[in-house]
Design a protein around this ligand. Structure first.
Ligand SMILES: *Cc1c(COP(=O)(O)O)cnc(C)c1O
Ligand code: SF4
Length: 349
């Protein structure tokens, strides 16, 4: 699955137990971290000292994928840990719930050519790569046929042609999967090609990697993001303050020092961050690191994720509580994605 990016992984690493390897100067390469990711719920449970049966583990067709760098931030022996619950495959995923379907956001209809999704005015999204650095159990793409829409297979050309031919596109989003699972060389090639298109002003990377495997923020990556004529925006994805550690903080600091504007999006998830204290703490963690809270997403109704559902009424109350205890800029916009709409739809009180 990750073969094209792992060929450069050369280091041999010995993994120690949870929390053993948290410093930013870690010698573990990100490719190696991907290669040695935990690939079963049982293994993950063993790694964090939890009985798989108590945790309700059940593998299904969305495979388990959890790098140890992230697993090291899971509290040992706690089956309700907020990081664990985001990544552990459980029996609840087999529940069929009304309205939870395989393509909740209409990405298949919006698909144009060569892996471009062009739903909104002024910005187009390239599905750069099928791979992610972690498999989030609530993800709307858990049912998504990446292989058919993957732009990399056709070497960017059709996606770039599409963007070149539409002068209204000022911003190009790189998403996936996760665009930072591309090698620095492929990414540099793509960003150079985008910078050659006159009407493109900004590139935006939607990625979980600075959180999941902060070693991904390599010097090469920083050079290429700092060196392009394009404005560079990065939207990271954290749902709970426990996802931050010293290595994550360091990676964010390095990105910001290259002039990258860093935003965060979260998904409102039952049992993970559906209480005001947790959301307030997350926002504080973000702004104290110079990261702007951007969106709080209503869960997309994807099959297998109904146990994460929080009602919009509850969500509105939570956001109101955030507003009452945080600076205005620390309150994310609470949105839902509706197929066919010209933007994300705000859920307002
Ligand atoms: C969410 C999304 C965007 C970005 O929307 P913003 O509101 O600008 O963050 C762009 N294209 C697609 C296809 C999207 O799903
Ligand atoms: S697309 Fe994002 S939310 Fe979905 S599995 Fe990948 S990293 Fe997780």
């Amino acid at each position: 699955m990750f073969s094209n990016d792992l060929s450069t992984a050369t280091e041999t690493v010995t993994f120690r137990g949870p929390r053993a390897d948290r410093n930013p100067g870690s010698s573990v390469s990100w490719q190696s971290a991907m290669k040695h990711a935990i690939r079963s719920g049982e293994e993950l449970c063993r790694y964090v000292g939890i009985d798989p049966e108590t945790a309700g583990v059940l593998e299904n067709r969305f495979p388990t994928f959890v790098p140890r760098e992230l697993a090291n931030r899971i509290k040992r022996g706690d089956p309700s840990d907020p990081i664990l619950r985001q990544v552990l495959p459980v029996t609840n995923e087999t529940v069929e719930a009304a309205g939870f379907v395989s393509d909740p956001v209409g990405d298949l209809n919006a698909s144009q050519t060569g892996g471009v999704l062009h739903k909104y005015h002024g910005r187009a999204l390239i599905v750069t790569h099928g791979a992610c650095a972690v498999h989030c159990r609530y993800c709307f793409r858990r049912e998504f046929p990446y292989s058919e829409l993957n732009a990399q297979k056709s070497k960017w050309a059709p996606a770039l042609d599409y963007i070149r031919n539409d002068a209204t596109i000022e911003e190009v989003l790189l998403s996936g999967g996760d665009p930072l699972t591309l090698s620095d060389a492929s990414l540099a090639g793509l960003i150079d090609e985008l910078a050659d298109i006159e009407h493109v002003q900004r590139v935006r990377l939607h990625t979980r990697l600075p959180i999941v495997i902060p070693q991904r923020v390599t010097s090469e990556l920083l050079n290429l993001l700092g060196g392009t004529r394009l404005g560079v925006w990065m939207v990271i994805h954290a749902n709970h303050s426990q996802e931050f550690d010293a290595a994550v903080d360091a990676s964010i600091k390095r990105l910001r020092s290259e002039g990258v504007t860093v935003l965060n999006q979260s998904v409102l998830l039952a049992g993970i961050n559906d209480d005001a204290d947790t959301l307030i703490e997350l926002s504080k963690t973000l702004i104290n690191r110079g990261v702007q809270p951007y969106y709080l997403h209503q869960l997309d109704k994807v099959r297998g994720a109904s146990h994460f559902w929080v009602s919009p009424q509850e969500g509105r109350q939570l956001v109101q509580q955030m507003r009452e205890s945080l600076p205005g800029y620390a309150v994310p916009t609470y949105v839902v994605e509706e197929a066919g709409e010209p933007s994300k739809t705000p859920i307002v009180s």
